[in-house]
Design a protein around this ligand. Structure first.
Ligand code: NAD
Length: 701
């Protein structure tokens, strides 16, 4: 079936690609396109060629499902070379999105035009790749090496007006339809033919590459070192762009090809592609069917504390009008200054422009009255973590909110069914568990009770996407997905302290594995007191037959609550200081505790630390999926990559386990079970997955 069409219009050939939904450059599309381009070149009646995407978008890249199949670069390269060597004027007309292989193709043409709301980008780096068919060589020739490095290594799409200013586009076409684009492209091409515009090949335009200081490449990479830690693709991009500036076209093109082929085979590429697809899967409700989302335009947030303010900012940044409800004018004022301060930080870091920050802040209004939020489509409660406080709020929301409004809570630990139970509409109650800082962190756990409706869930997922969050569905249960698994592996780390490790050794091992921050640095940063009070509160109901580490309690008993008291697991030069220093006092405290417990301390290797922690994550992850708290193992990976700093390039803990071999993982868990007892009992799902060789096979009914 042909999905590329050639149509003649005057002396022009209009080639349109029709491969819904995103006009991906799949192999059959590519081959057909090449045939038709050759036909157009041969036809003496044709003076110029216009390539366009039909439907809502231009070509948005290679087909991701085809990743992993060999021999695709040579094919794409032949197509782009064919475009590059066009004997006739070749114009690419873009709308919607022009991404990856799509934009790379456009870069090979003589001229490029696009509708004003088109977004253009080369996002390959996000999946551990580089544009491997000339993109890293052509882009710097068009925009200069510095701008090329930014576009290629960030992977972020840019708007059409910026692309015009950079020289990627030759003209913006006014209008917002395919027809407007086609008309504009025809006019542009006729004009170019009439004035005898040159058939300028990008590969031959070297003006922008001249006089580049080679130190620029080192400086650029050094400035990004923290962001790129552990990643290989960004460094490959730097090398390719440098080659574009310092070598001939042929050499640079060859170097790019070599890097692309190596990256294609790399475990990082596999891991990053997996996470990319896992995030898309997580955002969909398995049984959504045709359930429609409810429209959400206006949002209310209850509480203007740390979370309430972050959540309000997240919505305001997404363009939503937000009302914030508090109990006093002073509390509203505190929230306002917190948000102002946070926006200032975003602006000073360059993650937001001053005017965007101002506009976002202007979308948030404070109120002390519930009746002013009655018509809102969604309300998110972020008040104190206290069941009675939250139940009173939900009773009030039930009284005032319009029928059909979505009622959400940001609780981390409370039973959401108990909140739904005080309303007459439990079907509209969901958890929307944001992570701190809520305006920054991508993860959003969407928590459902047995009574939550499909429609409420689908709507919550849609809302998450609208504010740029990555949602994961979780069944209402203690700790949901993320915090429950965190508790399981932190416990193992605490046991390792007693058995011979130090906090700094454990943190070091985890950081070398790729976590941005170790467990104990993280605890010191967020404060040790809240978890301590929770432990004291739960002490009466704790299962005393299970091993318990009192180290954390003993540290708190000394008044050491972390950074905010100038000491915790580490010591700090002053209250609030961030530079953590290992403290011999803590080592002594741990040794004393181990002595009292009759635990003989021994040397513990980094390998053992990593293995205990990772296996604890996987073991608990398998339970979470087995109990249907998470829908699938890949949702755990999405949770850990986006909420807990697990290195994305390792694909997440469950993916890690699969690459290590699930049978070997299950064996190790069994051994730990024999040695350390009950916490390590392997879930039935882990054993089944070990037998079948994959999580997916074990999950299917
Ligand atoms: P916080 O103490 O900073 O803020 C709570 C705010 O709620 C205060 O400003 C308080 O005045 C206000 N408030 C209390 N009762 C209210 C009422 N009846 N009506 C309106 N406002 C009321 O607390 P926080 O850290 O922002 O946590 C809020 C919620 O978010 C809790 O449920 C917490 O478990 C959850 N949470 C916190 C984090 C975190 O890292 N801090 C992460 C995820 C979820």
């Amino acid at each position: 079936m042909s999905n590329v069409e050639l149509r003649l219009s005057g002396g022009l050939a209009i080639l349109s690609v029709d491969n819904p939904p995103v006009n991906a450059l799949s192999t059959p599309t590519l081959l057909r396109l090449m045939d038709l381009i050759k036909d157009a070149y041969k036809n003496p009646a044709i003076e110029g060629v216009i390539l366009i995407g039909s439907g809502k978008t231009f070509i948005t890249g290679a087909d991701l499902q085809e990743f992993g199949q060999p021999m695709r670069y040579p094919r794409r390269r032949s197509l782009y070379e064919l475009v590059d060597a066009a004997p006739k004027l070749f114009v690419v007309a873009m709308h919607g999105h022009a991404l990856g292989g799509g934009l790379e193709l456009a870069l090979a043409a003589h001229y490029r035009v696009a509708l004003e709301d088109t977004r253009l980008g080369l996002p390959e780096v996000n999946v551990g790749m580089i544009p491997g068919a000339g993109g890293t060589q052509r882009l710097p020739r068009i925009v200069g090496p510095k701008a090329a490095l930014e576009i290629l290594t960030s992977g972020k799409p840019i708007p059409a007006d910026e692309a015009l200013a950079l020289g990627i586009l030759d003209e913006l076409i006014v209008g917002n339809s395919f027809d407007a684009l086609l008309r504009g492209a025809i006019e542009f091409t006729r004009g170019a033919l009439a004035r005898g515009a040159p058939l300028q090949r990008v590969r031959d335009s070297n003006e922008r590459l001249r006089g580049v200081d080679p130190a620029m490449f080192v400086e650029f990479a050094t400035a990004q070192a923290r962001k790129w830690a552990g990643l290989v693709a960004p460094q490959a991009i730097v090398e390719c762009v440098e080659a574009a500036c310092t070598r001939s076209w042929d050499e640079g093109y060859e170097i790019e090809g070599r890097h692309a082929n190596q990256l294609r085979e790399s475990p990082q590429r596999a891991a990053l592609t997996y996470v990319f697809l896992a995030e898309r899967t997580a955002a969909k409700l398995r049984a959504a069917g045709s359930t429609a989302t409810l429209p959400v335009a206006s949002v209310a947030v209850i509480g203007a504390g740390t979370m309430g303010s972050g959540i309000a900012m997240a919505f305001a940044n997404g363009g939503f009008q937000v009302q914030q409800v508090e109990t006093s004018a002073a509390a509203l004022e505190r929230g306002r200054s917190l948000m102002e301060k946070n926006y200032e930080t975003s602006v000073s870091r360059g993650s937001m422009s001053g005017s965007d920050a101002q506009q976002a802040l202007a979308r948030i209004r404070g109120t002390l009255r519930y009746d002013t939020i009655a018509e809102c489509d969604l309300v998110i409660e972020a008040a104190f973590e206290d069941l009675c406080v939250k139940q009173a709020i939900f009773a009030e929301l039930d009284r005032v909110m319009r029928p059909g409004a979505l009622l959400a809570t940001n609780t981390s630990t409370l039973d959401i069914e108990k909140l739904a139970a005080v309303t007459r509409r439990p079907e509209s109650v969901v958890g929307m568990h944001f992570f701190s800082p809520a305006n920054v962190m991508k993860l959003l756990e969407i928590v459902h009770t047995p009574r939550t409706s499909q429609q409420a869930l689908v709507t919550a997922l849609g809302v998450a996407k609208a504010i740029g969050k990555i949602p994961v569905l979780a069944r209402n249960s203690d700790g949901f997905i993320g915090n429950r698994i965190l508790a399981a592996y932190s416990r193992q780390a605490d046991f390792l302290l007693e058995e011979g490790a130090t906090p700094w050794q454990i943190d070091g091992a985890l950081q070398r594995f790729g976590l941005p921050m170790g467990i104990y640095l993280m605890r010191d940063m967020s404060g040790l007191d809240i978890a301590w009070s929770v432990r004291k509160y739960r002490e009466g109901t704790r299962d005393k037959s299970l091993r318990y580490s009192p180290v954390a309690d003993r540290i708190c008993e000394l008044g050491r609550f972390g950074q905010k008291t100038g000491a915790g697991y580490y010591k700090y030069a002053a209250i609030g200081a961030r530079q953590a220093v290992p403290d011999p006092l803590i080592e002594q405290l741990i040794e004393r505790t181990a002595n009292e417990l009759g635990i003989e301390r021994r040397a513990i290797s980094d390998t053992e630390i990593l293995e205990r922690v990772l296996l604890a994550i996987v073991k608990e992850g398998a339970r979470v999926v087995g109990e249907h708290v998470a829908e699938r193992a890949s949702d755990i990976d999405v949770t850990y990559v986006n909420g807990y700093g697990f290195p994305r390039y390792r694909g997440g803990p469950m993916f890690w386990a699969e690459t290590e071999g699930l049978a070997a993982i299950a064996d190790k868990v069994e051994t730990l079970h024999e040695r350390h007892g009950q916490y390590w009992e392997p879930a039935a799902l882990l054993l089944r997955a070990a037998q079948l060789g994959s999580w997916k096979a074990a999950e299917s009914p």
